[in-house]
Ligand binder design. Structure first.
Ligand code: PGA
Length: 241
């Protein structure tokens, strides 16, 4: 596991640079997290793209998860996030963008379709991941099986509370379910870039990287992966230092 700890203002630069170094070709398959932490990394990539320093227009993008019940046009959906913050700024055509279908009449079937889609496109080259304050990885909440695959899950109260900031602070508007890649699905990515920023992540990051590999801390499964790079700011790294 490679670790880079940076001052907060260097976080986006360090993460974007690490990502670009890890990408294998001009047409990589990029797994994208859709939380707050990576937003500034995507903004940094967008800047570099506008300046002509990088060209990711040939990339394929695969999301980790999507809320159940939000249609693709809903601004709170991760479909909208991926389009507006990643695909459009980087010039990636919509045919190369894959997000679970959260508004499917049959979310369980949509989850299976998504798991198969990842396999059909040859898997993920580099997966950008965040960590929840409760140790979740994507929407794999504490208690998730380490061998889980893409499925419908119930969101924990902690996660709905944490994500209320994207819903105008109204926790009751945060969906109760999501389709998420499973821990085994995520583990099949060839390389993983784990991003953690802020003091609220310090306990979860330490538990994930130093504690036992166990369903109680889903992100601990990353200890079993052979190619993980962690980019953390000093606050998130606080319990590791
Ligand atoms: P955040 O989310 O980047 O919005 O903090 C990370 C996560 O919950 O996985």
């Amino acid at each position: 596991m490679r670790v880079t700890v940076v001052d907060d203002e260097m976080f986006a630069t360090a993460a974007a640079t690490a990502l670009l170094e890890a990408l294998p070709s001009a047409a990589p398959t990029l797994g994208v997290a859709t939380g707050e932490t990576p937003m500034r990394v995507y903004a940094e990539l967008g800047c570099r793209s506008r300046r002509g320093e990088v060209d990711l227009s040939g990339a394929r993008v695969i999301a980790l998860d999507e809320y159940v019940g939000l249609d693709a046009g809903d601004p709170h959906s991760y479909t909208a996030y991926v389009r507006t913050r990643i695909a459009d700024p980087l010039g990636i055509p919509s045919a190369n963008v894959h997000v679970p279908q959260g508004d499917s009449a049959d979310p369980a079937a949509a989850a299976e379709v998504f798991e198969q889609r990842i396999a059909d496109v040859g898997g993920v080259d580099v997966q950008i991941a965040g960590i929840g304050s409760n140790g979740h990885l994507a929407f794999n909440e504490p208690g998730s099986a380490l061998d889980s695959t893409t499925r419908v899950v119930e969101l924990s109260q902690q996660t709905r509370h944490d994500n209320a900031r994207f819903f105008g602070g109204r926790v009751e508007e945060v969906p109760r379910q999501a389709i998420t890649q499973g821990l085994a699905t995520i583990g099949r990515a060839r390389s993983i870039l784990l991003l953690a920023a802020g003091r609220a992540k310090a306990d979860a990051l330490a538990a994930a990287l130093r504690g036992p590999v166990a369903p109680g801390v889903p992100a601990s499964v990353l200890q079993r992966h052979g190619d993980v790079t962690v980019i953390a700011d000093r606050a998130a790294w606080g319990r590791m230092a």
